[in-house]
Write a protein that binds this ligand. Structure first.
Ligand code: CP
Length: 313
C-alpha cells in the first residue's frame, strides 16, 4: 500500500494512519542503511530532483542518499547556479524539471506555501523540505520515528519543545504531528518568541524553562535562527542563552531517561550546552540517520510502493 496522495506538503493534513504508515515503512528502510551494501532496486528508473532555494546539509543530503540507496537517479539543483538567478519563476523551473522526467521534486524555499504552488502545477510528486516559517514535515516525521524507536511509543509522552517557536517550521510540524499521535506537547520560549494563541494548537505554553522541562520525556531544542530574527525579540544572544539555554543543570528537571533532540544545525553554547549535545541522553546523531530512513520511506510510498517488507530483501 502506498500513500494515497501525490505530494507531502505538511503534517497538518496527514492523518494518524498516514503518519503511522510512514513510520512503519521507515523501519525496513533503516535495515537497508545498516547493511554493508546499501543498495536496493526499488526506485530504479525513477528520477528525484532536489530543488533547494535555501542552504541545507542534512535534508538535502539525506534525500539524495535516500534516492541513491533505492537506485533512483538523484540530482541536486543549487538555485544560485541555475536559471533561477536569471528570473525564472518557480512554476517554470518546476515544469522544466518535470518535462525532463522528474518523478519527485523535493523543494526547500524561504516562502511559506511555495511547495503547495509547485504541487498545483506539476503531475510529479512534490515533497516539502521546509517552507519559510510554515512546515518542515520530513523533519517532524524523522523526529517522531526517533522518539518511537527510543521510547517504544509517542502516545502519552511529555515532549518539551524549547526555543524559537515563532520562527520555527520544525516546531510547527512537530506540534501538528506529536499532538495527532497523542503526545502532551509543551512549548517553552520567551513571550516574544511564542506566537499568540499557540495554545489553540493543543499545546501548553511556558515562559519559564524550569517549569516547562519538569518531568519531560523528550526535550527538543530548537535552533535560534539568526537569519530570521527581527531585532529586539530578545535582548542579546548571551541573555537568551542564560535564560533559555538547555544546560546539564536544567536537564536534571526533566525525566532522568529523557531524550535530548535537536534538528540541527546546532548553535553550541547558545540554545544547547556542548556537554548536553554530546551527552548520553542526546539522540541527535540518531535523528540524522533516521532522516535517511524516513525519506526513503516517503520516496517509496509517494511513488506507489507496495509492501515495504518485499522491497528490502
Ligand atoms: N534540520 C535541517 O533541516 O537541517 P538542514 O538545514 O541541514 O537540512
Amino acid at each position: 500500500m502506498g500513500l494515497n496522495r501525490k505530494d507531502l506538503l505538511g503534517i497538518r493534513d496527514l492523518s494518524v494512519e498516514e503518519i503511522g504508515l510512514i513510520l512503519e515503512t521507515a523501519e525496513p528502510m533503516k535495515d537497508i542503511i545498516r547493511r554493508q551494501i546499501k543498495k536496493v532496486p526499488t526506485l530504479r528508473g525513477k528520477a528525484v530532483i532536489n530543488l533547494f532555494y535555501e542552504p541545507s546539509t542534512r535534508t538535502r543530503t539525506s534525500f539524495e542518499l535516500a534516492g541513491k540507496y533505492m537506485s533512483a537517479d538523484t540530482i541536486n539543483i543549487s538555485t544560485s547556479a541555475s536559471s533561477v538567478v536569471k528570473g525564472e519563476t518557480l512554476k517554470d523551473t518546476g515544469k522544466t524539471l518535470e518535462v525532463m522526467g522528474a518523478d519527485v521534486v523535493v523543494i526547500r524555499h524561504s516562502a511559506s506555501g511555495a511547495p503547495h504552488i509547485l504541487a498545483k502545477h506539476l503531475t510529479a510528486s512534490v515533497i516539502n523540505a521546509g517552507d519559510g516559517f510554515h512546515e518542515h514535515p520530513t523533519q517532524a516525521l524523522l523526529d517522531m520515528f526517533t522518539i518511537k524507536e527510543q521510547k517504544g511509543r509517542i502516545e502519552g509522552l511529555k515532549v518539551a519543545i524549547v526555543g524559537d517557536i515563532m520562527f520555527s517550521r520544525v516546531a510547527r510540524s512537530n506540534i501538528w504531528g506529536l499532538t495527532k499521535m497523542g503526545a502532551e506537547v509543551r512549548v517553552i520560549a520567551p513571550a516574544t518568541l511564542l506566537p499568540p494563541e499557540i495554545e489553540k494548537l493543543g499545546v501548553k505554553a511556558f515562559t519559564s524553562i524550569e517549569e516547562g522541562l519538569c518531568e519531560a520525556d523528550v526535550v527538543m531544542v530548537l535552533r535560534i535562527q539568526m537569519e530570521r530574527q527581527q531585532n529586539g525579540l530578545f535582548p542579546t544572544i548571551r541573555e537568551y542563552s542564560r535564560l533559555y539555554g538547555v544546560t546539564a543543570e536544567r536537564l536534571k528537571l526533566a525525566h532522568p531517561d529523557s531524550l535530548v533532540m535537536h534538528p540541527g544545525p546546532m548553535n553550541r553554547g547558545i540554545e544547547i550546552a556542548p556537554d548536553v549535545a554530546d551527552g548520553l541522553q542526546a539522540v541527535i546523531n540518531e535523528q540524522v540517520t533516521n532522516g535517511v530512513a524516513v525519506r526513503m520511506a516517503l520516496l517509496y510510498l509517494l511513488t506507489g510502493g507496495g509492501n515495504p517488507h518485499d522491497t528490502v530483501n
